[in-house]
Design a protein around this ligand. Structure first.
Ligand code: ADP
Ligand code: MG
Length: 291
C-alpha cells in the first residue's frame, strides 16, 4: 500500500507539473549532487529560426542551396528540420525531392539527388572527415551561438544554414536555484562547442560537454555515477533515453518523445525545467514527514 503521505505528495506533484512514475525517485532525490541537462528542447525552446543561409561555392546559388537543404530536411523529424522546411516555404522556394534520405546520428542527414549524394552535417563531421572549411565565413554566426549545418557534396562544402534557438523563460532561474542547493548543473549537447559555450554562459552554467553523440551522453552519466556522484538527468529526445536510464533519477520533458518518457522516473508535463526544483522541494518535505 502507498503510505498516506506519499499519495498526498503524488497529487501535489500533479498540480506542480510533475508526473512521478517511480516513487523511489522521491527518496533518491536527497542524494542528487549533479543535474545533467540536454540543451535543445530541455533548456531551450527547441524552436529554431533561420538566421543565415549562404552559398560558399560558385557552383550553387542561395536558392538552390535552400531547395536541397529543405529537401533533405523533409525526411527528418529533428526540430532543426521543421524550421528549415518552414523557412523554405516562407521564401517560396520549392524543395528538391531526394532519394534515400538518411539520418546520421549526432551529425545530420544525407540524401541523393541527380546521382549525387549530399550531406547536411555539422562541424564535428567536417573535422572528422577532414573536409575543408574557411571558418571566417561562419565565425559571426558561431559567435552568436548559432547551430550551423553545412551542405557537402564530394568532400566539398557548398554552403551553410545557421539557426538560432531561444533559452526557455525559466532556465536561468532554474540554474540559480540548483546552485543555491549545492547541486552542480552540467549541460550535455550534440551541438558545436562555440554555440554550447555561449548558450551555457547565458544560462549561468559553468560545466558543459559539447559535440556529444547519444552514447557519449550516456557515458558521461555513467562516469559521474561511477565516481560516486548521484545524477538527475533531464532530456527530451529518443537519444536521451539511455542517459535517463543510467542516471539515479531520469526526468523527461513532457513535450519530448514517448521513448524518453518510457525511460523516465519523472515527467515534466509543462516542459518547464524549473519544475525540477518543485520536485526536489516536494521530495524533501515528503521524507521529512515520513522519516
Ligand atoms: P542535441 O539534442 O544535443 O541537440 P542531437 O543528437 O539531436 O543533439 O543533434 C546533434 C547535432 O546533430 C545537432 O546540433 C546538429 O548539428 C546535428 N543534426 C542532428 N539532426 C539534424 C538534422 N535533421 N539536420 C541538421 N543537423 C542535424
Ligand atoms: Mg535533444
Amino acid at each position: 500500500a502507498i503510505p498516506l503521505v506519499m499519495s498526498r505528495s503524488t497529487s501535489i506533484a500533479a498540480t506542480n507539473g510533475l508526473i512521478i512514475r517511480d516513487n523511489q525517485a522521491m527518496e533518491n532525490s536527497r542524494k542528487i549532487d549533479y543535474v545533467a541537462m540536454d540543451k535543445t528542447g530541455t533548456l531551450t525552446e527547441g524552436k529554431f529560426t533561420v538566421n543565415g543561409l549562404q552559398s560558399l561555392d560558385s557552383s550553387i546559388d542561395n536558392e538552390k542551396l535552400l531547395a536541397i537543404i529543405a529537401g533533405i530536411e523533409s525526411g527528418s523529424s529533428h526540430p532543426i528540420a521543421s524550421s528549415i522546411v518552414q523557412y523554405a516555404k516562407d521564401q517560396n522556394v520549392e524543395s528538391v525531392t531526394l532519394d534515400d534520405i538518411q539520418a546520421i546520428k549526432g551529425y545530420g542527414m544525407s540524401g541523393t539527388f541527380d546521382g549525387n549524394k549530399y550531406y547536411l552535417i555539422n562541424m564535428k563531421y567536417l573535422n572528422e572527415n577532414k573536409i575543408a572549411l574557411d571558418k571566417e565565413r561562419v565565425q559571426s554566426y558561431l559567435d552568436q551561438g548559432n547551430t550551423i549545418s553545412y551542405l557537402v557534396l564530394e568532400q566539398k562544402v557548398l554552403g551553410f544554414v545557421a539557426l538560432g534557438d531561444r533559452i526557455k523563460e525559466n532556465t536561468v532561474q532554474f540554474i540559480k536555484d540548483l546552485k543555491a542547493r549545492n547541486i552542480t548543473p552540467i549541460m550535455l549537447t550534440g551541438d558545436n562547442k562555440e554555440s554550447a559555450a555561449i548558450m551555457a554562459k547565458q544560462m549561468g552554467i559553468d560545466e558543459f560537454r559539447a559535440e556529444l553523440l547519444p552514447e557519449d551522453k550516456h557515458q558521461v552519466i555513467e562516469q559521474l555515477e561511477a565516481s560516486g556522484h548521484h545524477v538527475l538527468m533531464v532530456g527530451d529526445g529518443i537519444n536521451d533515453a539511455p542517459s535517463l536510464a543510467a542516471a539515479t533519477i531520469g526526468v523527461a520533458i513532457g513535450a519530448g518523445t514517448d521513448v524518453a518518457i518510457d525511460s523516465a522516473d519523472v515527467v515534466l508535463y509543462n516542459s518547464d525545467p524549473s519544475d525540477i526544483i518543485k520536485f526536489l522541494k516536494l521530495s524533501h518535505n515528503t521524507y521529512r514527514k515520513t522519516v
